[in-house]
Write a protein of this length. Structure first.
Length: 261
C-alpha cells in the first residue's frame, strides 16, 4: 500500500488558481478544495458577503464582473504580475432564469447568456496567453447536466451551458499543443442557495412542505439525492491536478446518474 503516491497526484502546491463566482455555492466549494490541495487561490465575484464560507486562509478576494472585458483583462494581468504565473482558471460564474418560450423575457435571456457564456469566453481569452507563455495551464468550465437534457422552461440556462460544453471540446483541441488542458464539470442539482429557492418554489406549487419540494428534485435523480457541493470541489481538484493530465476537451457528468455521457 502506498497512499502517499496517490496523495501526490492531487498536489497543487505552487499553482495559482483563479475562480469566478466564488463567494457561495459551487464556486466557494471549488475554492476551498483547491486551497486544501495547496493552490494559491484568487477568489473573485461581483459580491463577497461577510457570511461567505470561503476558508479564512483564502485571503486574495477580488471584485470581478466577468462580462466587463477591460476589467477581466486587467485582473488577469494583475494576477500574473502579483504571483509570476497563472495556472488554473475555473469559469464558474453563472446565473439562472427559466420560463416557457412564449413567455420568455429576452432581456433576461441575454443576461444569462452574457454572464454564463460570454463571461466564460472573456475570462478564458485573457487567461490563456499567460498559460501559453509558461506552456502550462488548466481551465475548468462549469457546465451543467442541463446541457444534455431537454427539460421544459430551461431555454436560457440550457442554451448557455450547452454552448459551454461544446466550447470545452473546441478549446481542448485548440490548446492541447500549448499544454493547456480544458475540461468541464456538468453537475446536476446541487446543495446551493439557488437550489434551496427552487425547492421552496416547487413546494409552493405542489402544496407541500419544503421536504416535499426537495423530494421532487431527488426523484428526478437515479441515486435519489442532491449533489453535495464539496463533491464538485473534489472533482475540480482531480481535473486540475496531475491526476487529470491525460484528459482535455471532456465533459464530466457529476450527476448522480441523471446524465450518462
Amino acid at each position: 500500500m502506498d497512499l502517499n503516491r496517490f496523495g501526490s497526484l492531487f498536489n497543487l502546491c505552487g499553482r495559482v488558481a483563479v475562480v469566478t463566482g466564488s463567494s457561495r455555492g459551487i464556486g466557494m466549494a471549488i475554492c476551498n478544495a483547491l486551497y486544501d490541495a495547496g493552490a494559491i487561490v484568487v477568489a473573485t465575484d461581483i459580491v463577497m458577503p461577510e457570511d461567505t464560507e470561503l476558508y479564512p486562509g483564502i485571503k486574495d478576494r477580488r471584485y470581478l464582473d466577468v462580462t466587463v472585458e477591460d476589467d477581466v483583462r486587467a485582473m488577469m494581468q494583475k494576477i500574473a504580475e502579483d504571483y509570476g504565473r497563472l495556472d488554473i482558471l475555473v469559469n464558474n460564474a453563472g446565473i439562472i432564469y427559466k420560463d416557457r418560450i412564449e413567455n420568455l423575457d429576452i432581456d433576461h435571456f441575454k443576461k444569462v447568456m452574457d454572464v454564463n457564456l460570454n463571461g466564460t469566453v472573456i475570462c478564458t481569452k485573457y487567461a490563456v496567453p499567460y498559460m501559453q507563455k509558461q506552456h502550462y495551464g488548466r481551465i475548468l468550465n462549469i457546465a451543467s447536466s442541463q446541457a444534455f437534457l431537454a427539460l421544459e422552461t430551461y431555454t436560457p440556462y440550457a442554451a448557455s451551458k450547452t454552448a459551454i460544453a461544446h466550447l470545452t471540446r473546441i478549446w481542448g483541441n485548440e490548446l492541447a499543443k500549448d499544454n493547456v488542458l480544458v475540461n468541464a464539470l456538468c453537475p446536476c442539482y446541487a446543495n446551493t442557495s439557488m437550489m434551496i429557492k427552487a425547492q421552496k418554489l416547487m413546494a409552493e406549487q405542489l402544496g407541500t412542505d419544503e421536504a416535499g419540494g426537495r423530494k421532487y428534485y431527488e426523484d428526478l435523480i437515479p441515486l435519489k439525492r442532491i449533489l453535495d457541493i464539496e463533491e464538485v470541489g473534489n472533482w475540480a481538484v482531480a481535473l486540475c491536478s496531475e491526476l487529470g493530465n491525460a484528459t482535455t476537451g471532456s465533459n464530466f457528468a457529476i450527476t448522480c446518474g441523471q446524465v450518462q455521457l
